[in-house]
Write a protein that binds this ligand. Structure first.
Ligand SMILES: NC(=O)c1ccc[n+]([C@@H]2O[C@H](COP(=O)([O-])OP(=O)(O)OC[C@H]3O[C@@H](n4cnc5c(N)ncnc54)[C@H](O)[C@@H]3O)[C@@H](O)[C@H]2O)c1
Length: 262
């Protein structure tokens, strides 16, 4: 029996809402009565995600298109959301990109993409919506970082650096905006999403092994014995955003089946 969260009337923005973990987070908030805006880059997948979330409905769901690598787009999308809902009470910075490239082969474009989407966009989106939260004297930001911020993964320096940056941002902003606004992070381990399927395919091609063998390589070493579901991450996000976590700020919650600390 899932926890009966109540976010009735809360205005929630979830970035990366069109695919992967984001739609699960959005759907969980909609089921809990929130008014949810899913932010995504691709209009077709975003529309589909909004339809699915809206069908879960206690609350409601809508979408806003935005390329998070583009600072001008973020400013426009932030303005659109504020015009539509009057502001946001809960911001979930979930969008992210990941690719496996050894540092010596990392182009400037790969480094820029990771830092822009995984870190700079988190700062810009938060900055755009934070003023309203501070004026209202309440709000919550949940940043989706990664266990890659806390462990050393080969061929992942650009991603790890961006996600560790998100943790630093979380700690500093939590201290800056308390007690009005709480700022926390969730660090997933391995979640079966498009990103993870891409990682498994890359390992399979790189090592000339089957997809199933590559999956085994990725998932072995998780003490709980399986990759996380998107709903596992959603549950942690909703907890941190909820009043049940009212004394929790500046924290990073690992949801990795024990892998991060193993
Ligand atoms: N899947 C995992 O195993 C895993 C592990 C640790 C952390 N994470 C983190 O969880 C978050 C969600 O990842 P996921 O697994 O759902 O990945 P995913 O690739 O399935 O989804 C990522 C989402 O981000 C969006 N996105 C990417 N670039 C964008 C851009 N320029 N503008 C707007 N949106 C953009 C995509 O459209 C997509 O909706 C990410 O921050 C990721 O780093 C995932």
């Amino acid at each position: 029996m899932p926890h009966a969260w109540n976010f009735a009337g809360e205005r929630v923005l979830v970035s990366g809402g069109a695919g992967g973990i984001g739609p699960a987070i959005g759907e969980a908030f909609v089921r809990a009565g929130a008014r949810v805006v899913l932010l995504g880059r691709d209009i077709a997948t975003l529309t589909k995600a909004v339809e699915v979330a809206a069908a879960a409905s206690e609350g409601d769901a809508s979408g806003v298109v935005c390329d998070l690598q583009d600072a001008g787009e973020i400013a426009r999308a932030t303005g659109e959301v504020i015009d539509r809902l009057g502001g946001i009470d809960i911001l979930v910075n979930n969008a992210g990109v990941s690719m496996h490239v050894p540092l010596v082969e990392c182009t400037d474009e790969v480094i820029d993409l990771n830092l822009d989407v995984n870190l700079r966009a988190v700062m810009l989106l938060t900055r755009g919506l934070l003023r309203g939260m501070l004026q209202r004297g309440r709000g919550s930001v949940v940043n989706v970082s990664s266990q890659a911020a806390e462990r050393g993964w080969p061929e992942n320096t650009h991603y790890s650096a961006s996600k560790a940056g998100v943790l630093g941002f979380t700690l500093a902003l939590a201290a800056e905006v308390a007690p009005a606004v709480r700022v926390n992070a969730v660090c997933p381990g391995m979640v079966m999403s498009g990103m993870m399927r891409g990682n498994i395919r890359a390992t399979s091609e790189h090592k000339h092994i089957s997809y199933d063998e590559a999956y085994e390589e990725w998932s072995s070493g998780i003490p709980m014995g399986r990759m996380q579901r998107t709903t596992d991450i959603a549950n942690a996000v909703l907890f941190l955003a909820s009043d049940d976590a009212s004394e929790i700020t500046g924290e990073a919650l690992n949801v990795s089946g024990g892998q991060t600390t193993h």
